[in-house]
Design a protein around this ligand. Structure first.
Ligand SMILES: *Cc1c(COP(=O)(O)O)cnc(C)c1O
Length: 379
């Protein structure tokens, strides 16, 4: 029996998949000071601190505009509206993603068309895209899933050939790079989420859309603000999708730490890739021209349920991202997909496991996850 098998049931040695309390404890004073300032000025909805974060975030991504909104799902919705997506249109999205990617399309009255992922990167497969394009196709909404950039160059080439847009769902990819370019700076739109647990997160909900075109930015700013440029004069039916001032203030603090958090995620991610050598555990491929940010460290295991139980018994929490691919969700039954339509995404859904990974992980925790993985199956 190794030293830690004896400690497994001990709560002090329980390893959570992610633990946000450590960031709060580390920067508590700074966060509270930022929150206090917003409260004193009662700059609660939109306003000075939300606007300041928009400027900070646009600079970070390296684009002229960032439009802060109330969550990542709203970001996707507004991006689709600004790109002119509406009833009768189709937008191609990957089958393996968080469902909100598809919601952004559905909210406009358009239809998401689900595309399979590659068998190795688990990102949207460019080779299957052309067959999905119809006269109704408005664009491709790619997802840098788990913080691993999809093959933007190939997707762009196909989109350009057909005169359709490419938008990026960057909800899991703050700071990730494809061929040296930042996620959210390549496509017509970059949609971000700041849900707690994302690489950059609010103390509640938040999101942003980055873009290079002033007209898109102006339109989304109006849409999120009840459809008005001038207060009480509503030029179109809008939404209340504003970013809260408190979230903007918190996000401006967190953004300063994002580069060091990213570096730490990358150290842990590359270490897992190097040190977990159990042939029963399959790793995601990370092509050389990409810089992943390891939002989620997902592996595939044939005996997935056994593996999750083995880790839980040893005091390590693992999750599944995601157990059902979008095309097989009940919500989309009416679209008529069936098992076998996206075989790689389906295989992933049945075999994926997410290992603990967050910037504040301690050395012993990382070492323990590695050791447990390598001992799985009596290897
Ligand atoms: C989190 C997430 C979203 C939705 O963001 P919310 O802020 O939770 O609305 C969209 N797409 C992906 C890929 C996500 O991971």
């Amino acid at each position: 029996m190794t030293a830690w098998e004896g400690m497994a049931a001990d709560m002090d040695t329980y390893i959570k998949r992610i633990d946000l309390t450590r960031d709060y404890e580390a920067h508590r004073e700074e966060y509270l000071k930022a929150i206090e300032k917003v409260c004193r000025e009662t700059a609660f909805s939109g306003g000075k601190y939300a606007d300041a974060f928009d400027r900070d975030f646009a600079e970070y991504v390296g684009v002229p505009y960032a439009c802060g909104v109330n969550n990542g799902t709203s970001a996707l919705h507004l991006a689709m509206l600004a790109l002119g997506v509406g009833p009768g249109d189709e937008v191609i999205v990957p089958a393996n993603t968080y469902i909100a990617t598809a919601w952004g399309v559905s909210y406009t009255g358009a239809t998401p068309v689900f595309a399979d992922c590659t068998p190795d990167t688990w990102e949207i497969d460019p080779s299957g895209l052309e067959a999905k394009i119809t006269p109704r196709t408005k664009g491709i909404l790619g997802v840098h899933l788990y913080g691993q950039p999809f093959d933007y160059a190939k997707v762009r080439e196909i989109a350009d050939r057909h005169g359709i847009f490419v938008a990026e769902d960057c909800a899991q990819a703050h700071g990730a790079k494809f061929q040296g370019r930042m996620a959210g700076s390549m496509g017509e739109m970059g949609c971000f989420s700041f849900y707690p647990g994302k690489n950059l997160y609010a103390f509640g909900e938040g999101g942003s859309i980055t873009c290079k075109e002033e007209t898109y930015h102006r339109h989304m700013t109006r849409l999120k603000n009840q459809g008005c440029d001038v207060r009480y004069y509503h030029d179109e039916v809008g939404f209340n999708y504003r970013l809260e001032g408190l979230q903007g203030a918190v996000l401006s603090v967190s953004l300063k730490y994002l580069p060091q958090w990213t570096k730490r995620r990358q150290e842990i991610g590359w270490r897992y890739l190097r040190e977990i050598t159990n042939p029963l555990i399959t790793m995601q491929a990370h092509p050389d021209d990409t810089e992943p940010v390891f939002h989620l460290f997902v592996v595939q295991v044939e005996e997935r349920n056994g593996f999750v139980k083995y880790m839980a018994d040893a005091g390590v929490e693992c999750n599944l991202h995601y157990p059902v691919p979008c095309h097989l969700q009940k919500a989309y039954v009416r679209l008529g997909y069936k098992k076998g339509d996206c075989p790689n995404a389906e295989h992933l859904a049945e075999h994926c496991v997410t290992l603990p990974l967050f910037p504040e992980m301690q050395e012993w925790e990382i070492a323990r996850v590695v050791e447990l993985c390598n001992c799985f199956g009596g290897a």
